[in-house]
Design a protein around this ligand. Structure first.
Ligand SMILES: [Mg+2]
Length: 248
């Protein structure tokens, strides 16, 4: 008994988004003649994360994030530069920088031999498609659903409907959503009626009242066995806390 269709989040689950963002911000700041301080990286990541939480709530669209995060960043840091120029350079940097987490490729290779793989990501199409191409991820994933391209985002069931349609409607009981964000991946998957796996490498605590995951892993290397056995007896409801995703 195994999960035969796996839906993966990308940022902070398979991909080192923090490293990608740091390199992209350095490139963006250099475009307008500035160096980057740790305080500026912190500010960018805080502003960006807040905006993607707004995407989860449906109050802004993913495409609006692209430039608006730099409008807010320049205002907060009192940077006299064109936010559009900075946003363009930043997106180019996001495409060019960042790698899969150590061991992720091996895990994807293993599970792709046993299950169908779809990527369901809250992000920008130009960024995620460039990364997928650069990293050769189409060798594992047969479906790629990107929120900015389809106009809906996790945790909305609408984005899962699109993924399921692209997969020719697999049985929900055989599907597993894997991701690091309780607010988008776990809430979205559980709300859609499929099993969920919370990727929680930092060991963040469970908080009462938040989304509950079917399974929890601290490392991706746990995933192939979980997929094969559906977690055996070890998997129990886990989760909690607040929305926390920060994506491209
Ligand atoms: Mg994520």
């Amino acid at each position: 008994m195994s999960y035969t269709t796996l839906l993966f989040d990308f940022d902070h689950t398979l991909f080192d988004t923090d490293a990608s963002e740091a390199a992209a911000l350095t490139a963006s700041m250099a475009t307008v003649g500035l160096s980057t301080t740790p305080e500026e990286l912190d500010a960018y990541q805080r502003i960006n994360a807040a905006m993607w939480r707004d995407v989860e709530r449906g109050t802004i669209t993913p495409l609006e994030v692209r430039t608006e995060r730099f409008v807010r960043f320049c205002a907060e840091r009192r940077i006299d530069a064109d936010p559009v120029v900075m946003a363009d350079a930043f997106v180019a940097g996001l495409c060019d920088h960042g790698e899969l987490y150590e061991g992720a490729a091996e895990v994807l290779h293993l599970v792709a031999g046993r299950a169908r793989l779809a990527m369901v990501t809250n992000g920008l199409g130009e960024v995620q498609r460039a990364r997928v191409a650069r990293l050769g991820m189409d060798r594992w994933f047969e479906v790629l659903v990107i929120s900015a391209e389809v106009g809906v985002a996790k945790p909305s069931p609408a984005i899962f409907d699109l993924a399921f349609a692209a997969l020719a409607d697999p049985a929900k009981v055989d599907c597993l959503m894997i991701g690091d964000s309780l607010g988008s991946d776990i809430l979205g998957g559980s709300g859609y009626g499929i099993a969920t796996c919370w990727y929680n490498p930092a060991g963040r605590p469970v908080v009462d009242g938040g989304p509950r995951a079917t399974h929890e892993i601290a490392s991706l290397v746990e995933l192939p066995t979980l997929v094969d056995t559906r977690g055996g007896q070890a998997g129990g409801p886990r989760g909690g806390g607040t929305s926390d995703s920060a994506v491209a």
